[in-house]
Design a protein around this ligand. Sequence first.
Ligand SMILES: Cc1cc2nc3c(=O)[nH]c(=O)nc-3n(C[C@H](O)[C@H](O)[C@H](O)COP(=O)(O)OP(=O)(O)OC[C@H]3O[C@@H](n4cnc5c(N)ncnc54)[C@H](O)[C@@H]3O)c2cc1C
Length: 414
Amino acid sequence: MVGAGIGGLTLGLLLRKHGVEARIYEQASELREVGAAVALAANGTRVLRRLGLGDQLKESSVEPTDVVYRRWASGELIASFPMGPTYNTRYGAEFFGIHRVNLQRILADSWGRDGLHLNSRLQDLEEREDGIRLHFAERAPVVADVVVGADGVRSAVRNWVTGGGPAPTYSGASGFRGLAQVSTLSEMPDPMTIQFWLGPGAYVIHYPISESTINFLAVLPGPTPWPFSTWMTEEPSGTALAAFEGWHPVVREMVASVEQSPRWALFSLPPLQRWTRGHTVLLGDAAHAMLPHQGQGANQAIEDAAVLAALLADTDRSELGDALRRYEMLRRPRTRQLQRSSWDNSEILRLPDGPDAESRDRKLSTLPDQLDWIHGYDIDDLVAPGRSLPFSPSPEHRTSQTRRGSASSLSVLS
Ligand SMILES: Cc1cc2nc3c(=O)[nH]c(=O)nc-3n(C[C@H](O)[C@H](O)[C@H](O)COP(=O)(O)OP(=O)(O)OC[C@H]3O[C@@H](n4cnc5c(N)ncnc54)[C@H](O)[C@@H]3O)c2cc1C
């Protein structure tokens, strides 16, 4: 496996649980997550629970009490729905807001040191009679039966699988992120909720990751085209606050309460024509990096890992290629749908005030139903032990997922 991010570590743990030997090669010299926090939805947490990590996740995170939508300037309530026990009953697993460092620690501690090779930056792959040879910048090559590229949005494995390209596409929006201390937010209503502030051209979402800390992402238009060679650029102090001139005092107080963060360009990977080449396959952001407007990038990497691990565990060495193609067929439609709805939400959450925004706000009254196809998804319906593994989703599986709600945008959590 190449990459020890959320997807790679989850896959490693699941493979080990199934008794499949796995090694992880990671370019970094130590495991550390970039960015502030991540929201784990039921479709991800139920996989991590089955790995036995549920209690640790619960201890290191917060379950938001409600999800709330407000107007950008007045703060007027648009819609609100209970989370916590209501969400858990509906989906059979929790929604957690968690600091990335905590999630990384839980996954990495569970994996341990055995089979984890740091300082191992993959440069190239080579198909040989005895397996696939991995060439690294800093260490001698190794040979594997199967290679999984869990190496993120700028994946070297993807370049090899697809023969180069496609390049990630800039969405025309960027974001500022921050961790705000609840004690400094004198006017914040309900800091333990997931709260969206919807404005013209921009939106802000925040959710708690501990009793004292909330994570926010402030999304705003441009700059278009993205003028920098990197996806993150430093901005002078006060840039974010100036961008939210005229917004509700709660939003401004929160943005002002943290040091100016870098500006993150929001990129999405166009759907790939192939995820596999021989016995090499892609997983997570390497296969389907998506915009953050559905809060599903990490959750989809976890779903990928669960499907791939179940298929590999159930496969003879002579049929590995078939198993990888099954995985691709099972995962491509769903992740493509999520890429598309995340892209749509980038517009929907930032509509100008007027009839379209009013229509969106009315649609929000059915939000829980719109979330079902994402959060209600259980990969065990597809690959539970003892079930025959379909080459493509069985009619039964399609029906059960459809009953849980059909795909649409606006099932937004970031
Ligand atoms: C602003 C923002 C907010 C987000 N919020 C959420 C959210 O709330 N919920 C959610 O589900 N998702 C969210 N995401 C998306 C989520 O962070 C990613 O989808 C997820 O981290 C992808 O995991 P991964 O394991 O595929 O890749 P990564 O986490 O990127 O891991 C890839 C690993 O591979 C290593 N690597 C890279 N190249 C090489 C190489 N050549 N050789 C060896 N190792 C290599 C890297 O060092 C890294 O450790 C958000 C993203 C953004 C930008």
